[in-house]
Design a protein around this ligand. Structure first.
Ligand SMILES: [Zn+2]
Length: 245
């Protein structure tokens, strides 16, 4: 009886401990070898807000798209990936210079992971004294990693001057980052580096270039809807009308 109670206590303790951990980092399967991971950061006023990143399991190792926003989660993310898939992260691409995309670049570089941003992102990161990648992209780039290939695309200014998206043509996955707003929110979000006029053109460039995406991953909140590009346009148009732009 006493042993059973002890075991029960241990189970309850472990469960509550694990639940606490999943609040800081959650991993959701998207499709095939693609996973979305979510960490939380302070979006201002102490309110914790989720940020989405993605990773892809290839037969050459794991590719990370954006780093955790929460600086305590750089290593837990690597550990969770290792535990879940028994593979190491070999490469990381950040999609713009804000800390919800780049916070972990120096950490991952030190871990021997090949970190990438565009030259434009790197210049902004350097100006703001933010972590920087080891390798730079000077133009839209196609990567082949193991059995997967994907391309980067700079559609123009939007949420930030340097925001890029990633496209996985075989799987029709559009990894949008913060240029794409989730249908879960009507808020335009952080505009500190945004250009709301150019943003509309940039979204249209993405819509023209990548036809019928099957999954669209926004930088924050739910990725369940395929209408997030149209939704982003509608938020921007409303905002511009209200501000006479
Ligand atoms: Zn963001």
């Amino acid at each position: 009886m006493r042993t059973t109670l002890l075991i029960l206590t241990i189970i309850i303790f472990k469960t509550s401990f694990c639940q606490k951990e999943t609040q800081k980092l959650s991993i959701t399967h998207l499709t095939k070898d693609f996973y979305i991971y979510t960490t939380y950061g302070d979006a201002g006023g102490g309110q914790m807000y989720p940020a989405n990143g993605m990773y892809l399991i290839t037969n050459k190792g794991v590719v990370l798209f954006d780093t955790p926003w929460d600086t305590t989660q750089f290593q837990p993310l690597l550990d969770s990936i290792k535990q879940k898939h028994n593979k190491n992260v070999i490469m990381c691409i950040s999609t713009h210079f804000h800390s919800d995309r780049t916070a972990g670049l120096s950490y991952y570089k030190q871990k021997g992971i090949n970190t990438y941003t565009t030259k434009q992102t790197d210049e902004l990161s350097k100006d703001k004294k933010e972590p920087r990648a080891e390798f730079l992209m000077y133009k839209d780039t196609t990567f082949q990693v193991g059995q997967y290939s994907f391309e980067t695309y700079y559609p123009g200014k939007g949420h930030s001057p340097d925001n890029i998206v990633l496209w996985f043509n075989n799987e029709k996955i559009l990894y949008g980052g913060c240029i794409i707003k989730s249908t879960e929110t009507n808020s335009i979000g952080n505009l500190s580096d945004a250009n709301t006029i150019e943003w509309i053109k940039s979204i249209k460039n993405v819509q023209t270039k990548f036809i019928k995406p099957y999954f669209i991953i926004p930088g924050h909140l739910s990725w369940n809807s395929k209408k997030s590009l149209a939704h982003t346009l509608s938020i921007l148009k409303k905002y511009n009308r209200k501000n006479n732009q």
